[in-house]
Design a binder for this molecule. Sequence first.
Ligand code: 5AD
Ligand code: SF4
Length: 448
Amino acid sequence: MSTEAQQVGRRVFIHTLGCQMNVYDSGKIHAQLQRDGYQSTADPREADLILVNTCSIRERAVDKMHSALGEYRRMKREGQPVVIGIAGCVAQERGEELLARYPDVDLVFGPDGVPHVQRLVAEASTGSRVLDTDFLDLENYPFVADVDPSTHGVSAFVTIQKGCDNKCTFCIVPATRGAEASRPHAEIVAEVRALVDRGVQEITLIGQNVNSYGLKVPGELTFAQLLYAVAEVPGVRRIRYTTSHPRDMGDDVVQAYRDLPALASHLHLPVQSGSNRVLRRMKRFYTRERFLEIVGKLREARPGMLLTTDVIVGFPGETDEDFEATMTLLEEADFVGSFSFKYSPRPGTPALKLEERDPVRPEVASARLTRFQERQRERSLALHRSLEGTEVDDVLVEGPSRHDEGVVCGRTSRHVMVNFPGDIGLVGQIVPVRITRGFTHSCRGERL
Ligand code: 5AD
Ligand code: SF4
């Protein structure tokens, strides 16, 4: 059999951990491997190739990788002829170590390996073990154009940049994803068009620090200008973006909220802490006051806008008083939701030194996290309950509810999740709904 013939009918199973960047990268991996005849499968037992796309943001994500690898390694030892690869952020950070620890693993590559995954997989399939953790040149960075073949929904991600030039002291991402490169805006717009052609209506622009898009490339659009360019693509009904760094949130982006109805009335704006002392130690380069000023401007430009955030508790040196400042910021900034985490020491990050001198006891950090999350849940529930009896006219229906037969699920521009009885034919439509019940994470409603 020729190599080509052997490759036809091969199956790849991709296990994705971590953030939207990884979800997106997995889609790009799938797109490229499809050209070599790989079909994706949802069952690792029937795969010829298993890739674990890993995350190293917190130790818990790394633990998940180990348990996944344990399972796949067992399949291989039990006789399944499968090539096993580790991709993503842990692969980048601990490549050698992973090869040594997992003799059954054939391939290890970091996020910058995604554009040449075809070659890497071909090499690993010949029986040689492959490690690729080189960073690519930032100039002419080869962003992959192929659209993820499994894209079918109403909503899709589009990457606008890779890497991160910030130096938040707790964060491992600059080490795993390297320096920042902006994707040329023409490529971004082309991908948006291709997605709209497939029926996508909501575009989420993604990057580690989207607000700094284009700043280092002479002649490139700014992030705000990019928003206008994407809004001009016919068929784009809603635009979201993530992740934003408050430091780079300029007035031009605020203005876009006045000008662009398609820009969603929700922003995820990670604050990390409400204490200026902690923000300084995190090297975030804004104060609580500046953060609140940005929030005020955004809400003035777009009344009713909802904000969500990320918070770290138990950062080295965080006192009770610092933590109380985070609790009060939750109220003052009026966050409707948040992701909150206990500080997790990451290899090679500057915060490790702070932690040596000034650790927060784990039980103290846990107690703070519990308190923060309880208050956040109360607040989310209160917001959703306050919507009971109101009518919303902008539920973009995304698909069937995961739990109930005959119920569909969508989101408003403000990112409120609404479930209501309805036919699957509503998917892709924007419909008016009366909210009948509010829960912590979503609302129930009935179609008007
Ligand atoms: N420990 C805990 N949380 C972290 N995050 C990033 N690094 C760490 C860490 N070392 C959180 C931040 C970030 C989110 C994606 O993960 O809140 O915004
Ligand atoms: Fe995890 Fe960060 Fe890598 Fe995303 S970029 S996969 S969150 S470590």
